[in-house]
Write a protein that binds this ligand. Structure first.
Ligand code: TYM
Length: 334
């Protein structure tokens, strides 16, 4: 394992939002200073549910533009498409044979995404965590920055690494990667329901702040965000019982770089409208410049393709080596 290597990924399914930014991409940017980082557009993950090919192509380029607009340096980091490095699919197949049905059956994200009709879900959606383990272990990454919804998949990745090492009697071949989950931003909630996470797949666009939303949209969405009927509370215990208030105050605290306790003090006894006004101002200040950059960067498609091509080559060098070692260990080389 490389002690200071980071790998993480984002599915290029469009509508990248505040949760993706705070829970993941903003941390990617921080980590680039001290780690060797592999940041991947998880396009193979995205096709576990049907994607229109034309839209997928656009979303891949847009997600690359988001990475760069948020501050990832394509020279310093390896930014690439998962599908362009064949080692991901190869190692995922091997992990399909290591991982257990019982382990995958416990994955809550599969249950949520498959909904009531599991029989109709793709096999890929079920096996998705094995592919995610392959993404991480292909580069022997030591750290994986993610939001809380990916924690269970990270645990499965560690189980697969351990079982592989045990099955083939190679004690430390795959070291166990550590998740980096930052508590305050681990789960940004929907603006329409403070008990559900903000999500790309939620039908209502007003449930999330997208990184490409302009000033008016941000203002409208915050204005319409769900609230309850009380004044804002003066202590954390009361706040815990009011998910919408907690979510809005948490987002405000993060951007203001103050503690939740300080935000509670600032708004205690006030109306939601006071918080909403200030929250919209700060979101407009922080998010709209990113949106403008995304639009600008997206215009130069050939530059984005060059970045992904360069990332593919650099990622492949590491990936080929791991695949070679794995083939030797499991007896596929003669
Ligand atoms: P994806 O594309 O759903 O989300 C990308 C990242 O954003 C985080 N995130 C959130 N964080 C806080 N609050 C939210 N409401 C919120 N919504 C999303 C996610 O936790 C994630 O970190 N399976 C992954 C992609 C992936 C991956 C990997 C990640 C594929 N291979 C290997 C790490 C390592 C996914 O679907 O993320």
């Amino acid at each position: 394992m490389s002690k200071n290597r980071v790998l993480s990924g984002v599915q290029p399914t469009g509508n990248l939002h505040l949760g993706n930014y705070l829970g993941a991409i903003r941390n990617f940017v921080k980590l680039q200073k001290d780690y060797e980082c592999f940041y991947m557009l998880a396009d193979l993950h995205s096709i576990t549910v049907f994607q229109d090919p034309k839209i997928l192509r656009e979303n891949i380029l847009e997600t690359a533009a988001v990475f760069i607009a948020c501050g990832l340096d394509p020279k310093k980091n390896i930014i690439f498409c998962q599908s362009s490095v064949s080692g991901h699919a190869e190692l995922a197949w091997i992990f399909n044979c290591v991982s257990r049905m019982g382990w995958l059956n416990r994955m809550t994200q599969f249950k949520e995404k498959a909904g009531s009709n599991k029989e109709k879900a793709s096999v890929g959606l079920f096996a998705y965590p094995n592919l995610m383990a392959a993404d991480i272990l292909l580069y022997k990454a030591s750290h994986v920055p993610v939001g809380e919804d990916q924690k269970q998949h990270l645990e499965l990745c560690r189980d697969i690494a351990l079982k592989f090492n045990n099955d083939f009697n190679k004690k430390d071949f795959f070291a166990l990667p550590e998740p980096i989950i930052i508590k305050e931003v681990a789960r940004i909630m929907s603006l329409k329901d403070g008990t559900k996470k903000m999500s790309k797949s939620e039908e209502s666009d007003s449930s999330r702040i997208n990184l490409t939303d302009d000033e008016n949209l941000i203002e409208q969405k915050i204005k319409k965000a769900k609230t309850d009927s009380g004044m804002l509370p003066d202590n954390l215990n009361d706040l815990e019982k009011r998910p919408e208030a907690k979510n809005l105050l948490s987002i405000y605290s993060i951007f203001k770089k103050i503690s939740l306790q300080q935000s509670i003090q600032e708004f205690s006894g006030k109306n939601f409208s006071d918080l909403k006004d200030k929250l919209s101002d700060i979101l407009i200040k922080e998010i709209t410049p990113i949106g403008k950059k995304i639009k600008e960067i997206k215009k130069d498609r050939s530059k984005l393709k060059d970045i992904l091509m360069d990332g593919k080559e650099r990622a492949n060098q590491v990936a080929r080596q791991t695949i070679k070692e794995v083939h030797e260990i499991i007896g596929l080389t003669l």
